[in-house]
Write a protein that binds this ligand. Structure first.
Ligand code: NOJ
Length: 812
């Protein structure tokens, strides 16, 4: 193992020590090494999806029929009915491809479901629900005629608590996110719909994600413009945090990967040959295609050679106020091939990568036509019935004869269940569950119905519940169940008197609830919230619209104050230890059944089983180890936006554990209406083929990376018991402490396995945790391989990252 301190500048940059900003030499991380040529796909099966070789043969046979111009069609977005489109080619019977956002709904479509956000999904720690959510999303996309689901999200991972899109993804822990990625992808693709893992890579903030001018001018961004922020990341951090969940995605057989907007070590994500040709297509053996994010392509030949296979949205009128946006591909790519600048073999590989998943998932046979009323897009894309483009899609037989197809089936059942499973109870002094209370108050503006209409898109919000956040990852609701509505329905059945005030301003004015709520309710349920959206990072971790003041005011007047927060991530909740705050439930972004999900938990019909997928610290400054402040010293410097990932591996609980900082609510924590115990002894067994642990064989290109890193090498068992009076689901978690030889700055412990187990009162079950070689490895920046350090490995099994019930170890 090369000691971290001695390693010189290497590939993605040098590693000095992984500890602290003081050792960071910015100049070592500002260039990204060239990796060329772009590797050709070869049709290797992924562990999660077989049949790539036969599909590649079909793709090759199909490719042989195409003219040069027709090949380019597969690489360039075109006008059509969806948010992204590959145009039909009727001459060869190709009906086009419809790409839709993702990741929690068909964003703008009617008669589609809005599922819980990625954050809520991660907070469930429930593989089965993750999988089912993916499958149902896939079914809805298919039913609407969309071959391509633009999700799931592993970037942002959640380096900064302030990042606007963290909730679209899962968790700042790469292991938990990796599990959610593979379950979602396998679920989606089981329905014959392609999944797109996004955004590759190190996309951890919205601020300056795009170069100045990209979205407000009809010119191609030039070197004179202020460029996107550069995420400057050293190699070990890149692999152990940011690449990790994408490796799960590739291994699951994901069809496509979307490149990010920003720069990585100085080079745009859509033309960064190290991350595309190098890490993604060579090291991870990715066999599918890389599509750009929308208007995130900043070079033609440069991006093609660096590994980008498809540019989106291509050449079309993206929004009514944009004039034609010239495409880097399209006619320009045709010319580049004709004049020999780009080899036709590279174009062929791009097309094969696009076509292979299409054939593999059977999309050439019997795929439903596109719902011609796909929300705002037909109009926004100037895709009107009289247009040439409409005629093309129509004559290719690509449009469904029926509009407004209802694809929701019985998915609201899962949405309700997962919405509840993703809520985390962090405090309960016996206040919950409610049992036929005589009189309750519902307070706070997050309890009411949505006020800005059913489509959140990019608009900000008004008073009202936030079932999900905003931007391209939002959804158009057919139905939202607001908390007050669901509580009223329940109260009616129970004969409970419900008083309510939803106006936050009233709730913080003098007198508070005292004068307005009478008689004194048995419980005051306070609903507070914090908005988050694509396009802007959060300005603070405070609750919105005076949420904290509302809670404090209510708590002054009500000795049984139960707080429900509704937000896309961490918040500062200074009142959490207030004696009158008797329970706190973090509801996250649970989707369209919000009210029903929360009632299920509040009344105990569902025992809370969510666990924190992040750390909740005391104050905002506690999170500043990964702040979104970039060194913009000179605003006229086009290269001014730099974000140095100086914290290296130490994000979220890795930071708080490393510096031994106390936090009120740690990663993996969550209460239940019962209690669980874990045996204080665990068994550790090497798996028979695990003999050679010291270093793994040279990388091969199987999807997901070197197959040796995925081999199971240890099995750990523990016994978990329900010691309380009601049935519930425990979430035993296993954390690995790497030996000292893993180097300074290695996290104290890292999640490497978990399970979710239902237990009746008194019931006991044995849980088996499986550890792969990757789970025990670090990324060795010298050998450019995963490598198992030697020494003693600590095995910590517990009910949260800090509630460790059993410790043991093994030595390699
Ligand atoms: C931009 C977003 O970053 C991406 O996630 C989305 O899929 C595309 N726009 C298309 O809406």
């Amino acid at each position: 193992m090369a000691p971290l301190k001695t390693v010189a500048a290497l590939l993605l940059g040098a590693v000095a020590s992984v500890e602290g900003a003081q050792d960071w030499d910015h100049s070592l991380f500002t260039t990204s090494p060239p990796v060329y040529p772009s590797p050709n796909m070869t049709g290797v099966d992924a562990a999660g999806l077989a049949g790539w070789s036969a599909a590649l043969e079909k793709a090759e046979a199909f490719l042989a029929k195409l003219t040069l111009e027709e090949k380019v069609v597969f690489t360039t977005g075109a006008p059509g009915p969806c948010v992204g489109n590959i145009a039909p080619i009727p001459r060869v019977g190709f009906k086009g491809l419809c790409l839709q956002d993702g990741p929690l709904s068909i964003r703008q479509a009617t008669y589609a479901s809005v599922f819980p956000a990625g954050l809520s999904t991660a907070a469930s720690w429930d593989r089965e629900l993750m999988h089912l959510r993916g499958k149902y999303l896939g079914e809805e996309f298919r039913g609407k005629g969309s071959q391509i689901y633009l999700g799931p999200v592993a970037g942002p991972l959640g380096r900064s608590a302030l990042a606007g899109r963290n909730w679209e993804g899962f968790s700042p822990d790469p292991y938990l996110t990796g599990v959610a990625m593979e379950e979602t992808i396998i679920g989606v693709q089981s329905t014959g719909v392609q999944a797109v893992a996004k955004h590759w890579i190190a996309y951890e903030q919205e601020t300056q994600r795009n170069p100045e001018g990209t979205f407000d001018a009809d010119t191609i961004p030039s070197v004179d413009q202020v460029q996107s922020v550069s995420s400057n990341v050293e190699d070990r951090t890149m692999h152990e945090l940011y690449v990790w969940p994408f490796a799960n995605a590739v291994r699951a057989g994901v069809s496509s990967v979307m490149s990010a907007y920003q720069r990585i070590n100085g080079s745009y994500a859509g033309q960064n040959s190290k991350t595309l040709n190098g890490i993604l297509k060579t090291e991870l053996g990715f066999e599918g295609y890389v599509m750009s994010d929308w208007m995130g392509t900043h070079g033609g030949v440069a991006s093609v050679e660096a590994g980008l296979d498809q540019t989106m949205p291509g050449a079309w009128n993206w929004e009514p106020h944009f004039d034609d946006v010239p495409s880097w591909y399209g006619g320009n790519l045709t010319t580049a091939v004709q004049n020999g600048t780009v080899a036709e073999s590279r174009l062929d590989d791009m097309v094969k990568r696009v076509l292979t998943p299409y054939f593999l998932l059977g999309q050439d046979e019997g795929f439903p036509g596109v719902d011609p009323s796909s929300g705002i897009y037909p109009a926004n894309n100037n895709f009107e019935p009289e247009s040439d483009w409409y005629d093309l899609w129509s004559s290719a037989g690509a449009l469904n004869s029926e509009s407004n197809v209802d694809v929701r089936a019985n998915h609201s059942k899962l949405i309700r269940e997962l919405g509840a499973a993703g809520m985390v109870l962090i405090k309960n002094n016996g206040a919950l569950p409610l049992s036929k209370p005589k009189d309750i108050a519902v307070l706070g503006n997050a309890a009411g119905d949505v006020e800005n209409g059913l489509f959140y898109r990019d608009v900000n919000y008004a008073p009202g519940v936030l079932p999900v956040g905003g931007g391209s990852g939002t959804g158009r609701f057919e139905n939202v169940v607001a908390p007050l509505e669901a509580i009223k329905a329940r109260a009616k059945a129970d004969g409970t008197h419900v008083q309510y005030i939803l106006n936050n301003t009233r709730l913080i004015t003098s007198g508070g609830i005292g004068q307005m709520i009478a008689p004194q309710p048995e419980a005051c349920l306070v609903f507070v919230k914090a908005w988050a959206s694509e396009g802007a990072d959060r300005e603070s971790l405070e609750l919105d619209q005076n949420g904290n003041e509302v809670v404090e005011n209510v708590a002054q007047n009500c000795s049984n104050t139960i707080v429900i927060t509704n937000s896309g991530g961490q918040n500062v909740i200074p009142w959490h230890s207030h004696p009158n705050v008797t329970a706190i439930l973090l509801a996250h972004f649970p989707g369209e059944e919000f009210g029903n999900s929360v009632v299920d938990i509040l009344y105990g019909d569902v025992n809370p089983s969510g666990r924190l997928p992040y750390t909740l610290a005391e104050k905002e400054s506690d999170y500043y180890f990964a702040n979104i402040t970039s060194s913009v010293s000179n605003p006229n410097d086009t290269n001014a936006w730099q974000s140095d990932f100086t914290e290296r591996l130490l994000i979220d609980y890795r930071h708080f554990d490393y510096y031994n900082l106390s936090v009120p609510y740690e990663f993996g924590f969550g209460l239940s209406y019962t209690n669980y115990s874990l045996s204080d002894s665990i068994t550790i067994k090497p798996v028979s083929n695990s003999s050679s642990l010291a270093g793994v064989p040279a990388p091969s290109n199987a999807p997901g990376g070197n197959p040796a890193i995925w081999e199971e090498v240890y099995k750990v068992t523990a016994t978990v018991k329900n010691t309380g009076a009601v049935t519930g689901k425990a979430v035993p978690q296993l954390y690995i402490q790497l030996p000292a030889s893993a180097g300074e700055g290695t996290p104290v412990k890292q999640l490497r396995s978990f399970d979710k187990v239902e237990l009746t009162p008194g019931e006991e079950k044995t849980v088996t945790f499986t550890l792969t070689r990757r789970d025990l490895s670090i990324w060795d920046v010298v050998s450019q391989e995963w490598s198992v350090p030697t020494g003693t490995f600590g095995v910590h099994v517990g009910l949260s990252s800090r509630d460790i019930k059993a410790k043991s170890s093994f030595t390699i």
